[in-house]
Design a protein around this ligand. Sequence first.
Ligand SMILES: [Mn+2]
Length: 234
Amino acid sequence: MIYVMSDLHGYCLDRIKSTLERIGFSDSDYCYVLGDVIDRGFEGVKILRWLMTQPNITLLLGNHEAMMLSCSFLFDEITDESVRNLSATQIQTLSLWTRNGGKTTIDGMQAVPAGARKYIIEFLRKSHLYETVSIGDRDFLLTHSGIDNFEPDKKLCDYNVNDFLWARPTLDTRYYDSIITVFGHTPTLLFGYEYDGKPVITDTWIDIDAGAAAGRRPIILRLDDMKYFTMDHL
Ligand SMILES: [Mn+2]
């Protein structure tokens, strides 16, 4: 069976693992994580390192991983001189990331050996922006934020990277008629209090961000039967 989760934002890795165990996630199942595993919470780097070892879990990039990648200049070797030599653009990029909760990830990266940092960055560089999966006769497009500047006939490869990372769909947004677009990024609560802790499911898309960035518990959705599970408590 195929599961999706999103926007873990440094949620406790042990709770993620215990939830997967509780719901019976096995080697023959597959899980996609739709980005934003890092920042705000404390265990983002730990989650990344765990994901790197999971053969049946795939990470797609979120805007937070993209911000981390654009700050990869930080992770080579941090010395007084390298900090003094940051360019104005690098300082701006770094400031955008720290304003978005990047501090916990920077601390997490500093706590791992330089060699391991290199592999984490490599892993993110190889991660994709979207993925398509089919279950029976249903097709799904998985991506972090939905699709900005959406046009039904436009090819996926013709979109701008940021269109998959920073979109803010509304309840009126419609994507493809015959492919369900699944994403996170916008906490479902923002669509109305009735969606608190639940996915939002419309005709053409599903949002699964239950709001871990604001201290809520993430959810895992099983695409085969649309059953969702709330993660174990911290
Ligand atoms: Mn996001």
